[in-house]
Design a protein around this ligand. Structure first.
Ligand code: AMP
Ligand code: MG
Length: 355
């Protein structure tokens, strides 16, 4: 049974690598000859994963090894930071009693520190200490029952950076109830680590795509930028495509992950200001220099909506899909319009900084 499974995975990986060599040709046409390697590991961070590499002077075998190392980098981040893995550092921290010093790796502390800075930058919209609220709404989804006022008040009181303290080599909390959830940022961090690993190995260009959140570097062999489709949150298909070079593109939306409670659909993103699921934007796409920043801001703007655009740091762009399935509206920062494929740019509303 186990070896059967291994053989099956092995075969899938081999087929994917071979098929991948032709991928960009089939998707965008035009190119002949140059090899593009694609690796599609089974389920990483709870989602699909596609790693693409344009081999550098070191050659194909070296690029294949680099892809394996990039996958390992993603899995290492998942093993440390996932709330779904019982022995992860974050799970150990969440289970610890008040006052206990929990040792954490430099990587996990780096993400927690970035998240703490993010909470300030986003005026509290991005808040990884919302673990108790996230768990409460997740449970409400599986029980199909809205939380009671008392449950909400309890979870809100336990969701705060005031209860979580980071030090040099670990963290501690003031309440046994406090919990952190890195689901809105760790995928981006892992993607950055995977890209670093590909670059270090001499890969010339590539894409690390984890469930549609991705970071590109260099350019495809036949084009000067990578095409990145943006899904339509209201119906199957896309609403447009961005063309990017060295950049990360992350999308948060309620089309992919949501709960239906008592007949109403709720986002998996919590608005820390109210303690309830966010409703500001059906889909938010952020383009940033790092995937960690793009991941964090996509989650934050899902809470803040259009009002949050003035907070977006320089060098980052956003595209929001607002409105309803009957009347969708696309709002973009001026820089995002520049990145849109020309045929889509005509349909968007540009948010000017003064608005
Ligand atoms: P994303 O799909 O990147 O927007 O991340 C969503 C995930 O982030 C959720 O499933 C939660 O694990 C976590 N999350 C939910 N709300 C927030 C929030 N306001 N700030 C930070 N993380 C959140
Ligand atoms: Mg995110």
């Amino acid at each position: 049974m186990r070896s059967g499974k291994l053989i099956r995975y092995g075969l899938v990986a081999a087929v994917v690598l071979l098929v991948g060599i032709g991928l960009w040709q089939t998707r965008r046409g035009a190119r002949r000859g140059a090899a593009v390697l694609v690796r599609e590991p089974a389920r990483v961070m709870g989602t699909t994963c596609t790693l693409t590499a344009v081999p550098g002077p070191e050659g194909v075998a070296s690029a294949e090894a680099a892809l394996r190392d990039a996958e390992a980098a993603l899995r290492a981040v998942e093993a440390r930071m996932s709330v779904w893995i019982a022995g992860s550092e974050i799970s150990r921290f969440n289970q610890a009693p008040a006052g206990e010093d929990v040792a954490l790796s430099a990587d996990t502390l780096e993400v927690l520190r970035a998240a703490r800075r993010g909470a300030v930058q986003t005026r509290g919209a991005f808040d990884v200490t919302c673990g108790p609220l996230i768990e409460l709404w997740r449970r409400a989804g599986s029980l199909d029952r809205l939380p009671t006022e008392a449950e909400l008040a309890g979870a809100r009181a336990a969701s705060s950076w005031r209860l979580v303290h980071l030090d040099e080599d670990g963290a501690r909390k003031d309440s046994g109830e406090a919990r952190v959830d890195l689901g809105g940022i760790a995928k981006g961090y892992g993607t950055d680590r995977a890209v670093e690993s590909l670059r270090r190995a001499g890969v010339e260009a590539g894409v690390v795509d984890v469930g549609g959140d991705l970071r590109c570097f260099g350019h495809p062999p036949d084009k000067d930028r990578w095409p990145v489709d943006i899904r339509d949150p209201f119906r199957p298909g896309t609403i447009g495509a961005l063309l990017v070079g060295d950049a990360a593109v992350c999308t948060s939306g309620n089309y992919a992950r949501f709960a239906v409670i008592e007949g109403k659909r709720y986002s998996h993103i919590i608005d820390p200001r109210t303690g309830s699921p966010a409703e500001a934007a059906p889909s938010v796409t952020v383009v940033a220099p790092t995937a960690m920043a793009a991941d964090m801001w996509a989650t934050a703007l899902s809470v803040l909506g259009r009002e949050g655009l003035p907070l977006l740091p320089a060098g980052m762009e956003a595209l929001l899909v607002l409105g309803t399935p009957e009347e969708p509206r696309i709002v973009c920062t001026p820089g995002a319009v520049e990145l849109l494929e020309a045929s889509f740019a005509a349909h968007v509303e540009v948010h000017r900084p003064s608005e």
